[in-house]
Write a protein that binds this ligand. Structure first.
Ligand code: NDP
Length: 326
């Protein structure tokens, strides 16, 4: 038996608890992983609190990502002792996830841990950091270069935002950190932000176009902040949109697209093809200043996972929350 967080449903109510499960209860898969670290992401908070229908089958072990060591494998690419990372693929939603001592998964979902990244660092980066890299790749793919002007990052003090700032700064971009927490200014500057912007500036009723301000943006907010951002992006710029922290809607107009040639680049980390996710992890190893990672990391033991989850929904979490599982 080993420790796990388990979400169960009875009638219409769901509840999460820390409990013991046995290896026989694990779902099917061709690789058994001994988990070292998992993390808490915004999506895990939605799953654990039941605030959104993230979990699709019950009982469910949450945890959309983990790092660990292969224990048993029937997959040709993996053997016992290999260090691996997993992000997404419905793990923690439709397939038992990372908040347990062991996971049995499809080998096709795994990424070999890059040599320069430790099992712990992999989860300080986690799905938030890997998604931040996918956003930075989207800006570059669409031709946004550091000489074109500043890049806005919303949800700056959160997980995706924190890593995005560090990655953009490392590539030489000038970064505006958009945050609701002015008291995190020093933290954000320490990650590489040049300017701190109050998120209230993106909270007003969106107009079709506003004064051109940023060459591009990484947006975790969606809704009104994203609509306002689009209206403020300079001619030909790109917004990489990955989140819905402010809401799922998008009260925007087509004006930025048809009058300024703006690109709205959608970013999904869950079903992202293997080749792209391996490229993202390769770039994270090559470019991320791992010394900056520790400033973002908060460690939460398994016993505190359930009480920590609601803090994400209240916007109280700074940076990345990692959970040592072993
Ligand atoms: P966090 O909770 O760590 O960060 C979210 C941040 O958003 C908060 O810290 C806060 O930053 C800001 N925020 C919160 N509420 C609002 C609001 N009403 N308006 C504007 N900003 C707000 O979450 P993550 O970084 O883990 O995830 C961020 C978003 O990205 C989530 O919506 C998540 O679901 C999504 N996501 C999507 C992925 C994908 O594959 N597309 C993968 C990973 C995450 P501050 O206090 O600095 O303003």
């Amino acid at each position: 038996m080993f420790d796990a967080i388990l979400i169960e449903k009875t009638d219409d109510t769901q509840s999460a608890s820390q409990t013991q499960v046995s290896p026989e209860q694990l779902p099917e898969g061709d690789v058994l992983v001994e988990i070292a670290y998992s993390t808490l992401n915004y999506k895990d908070a939605l799953a654990i609190t039941g605030k959104a229908p993230v979990v699709r089958s019950f009982p469910m072990v949450p945890g959309i990502d983990f790092s660990g060591i292969v224990r048993e494998s029937e997959h040709p690419d993996y053997k016992p002792g290999d260090k691996v990372v997993l992000n997404g693929w419905g793990v923690g939603e439709t397939h038992w996830g990372g908040l347990a001592r062991q996971a049995r998964v499809k080998g096709d979902w795994l990424v070999p841990l890059p040599e320069g990244i430790s099992l712990r660092q992999a989860m300080v980066i986690g799905t938030a950091g890997y998604t931040a890299m996918l956003c930075v790749m989207a800006l570059a793919r669409n031709g946004v270069t550091p000489d074109q002007g500043e890049i806005a990052v919303t949800g700056a003090a959160g997980g995706v935002g924190s890593v995005a700032i560090a990655l953009l700064a490392a590539r030489g971009y000038t970064v505006s950190a958009v945050t609701g927490r002015a008291d995190e200014a020093e933290y954000l500057k320490g990650l590489g932000a040049t300017n701190i912007v109050d998120r209230a500036e993106l909270a007003g009723k969106p107009r079709p176009l506003n004064k051109e301000r940023w060459a591009g943006a990484v947006d975790v907010a969606g809704s009104t902040p994203l609509a306002n951002l689009l209206s403020m992006i300079r001619y030909g710029g790109t917004v990489a949109a990955c989140g819905l922290a402010a809401g799922m809607d998008l009260p925007a107009s087509v004006a930025p697209f048809i009058l300024r040639g703006i690109t709205l680049a959608g970013v999904d980390s869950v079903m992202c093809p293997q080749q792209t996710r391996r490229e993202a992890w390769r770039l994270l190893e090559a470019e991320l200043d791992l010394d900056r990672l520790e400033a973002m990391a908060v460690e939460v033991p398994m016993e505190k996972v359930i009480e920590t989850a609601p803090k994400f929904l209240d916007g109280q979490i700074r940076g990345r929350v990692i959970v040592p599982v072993a």
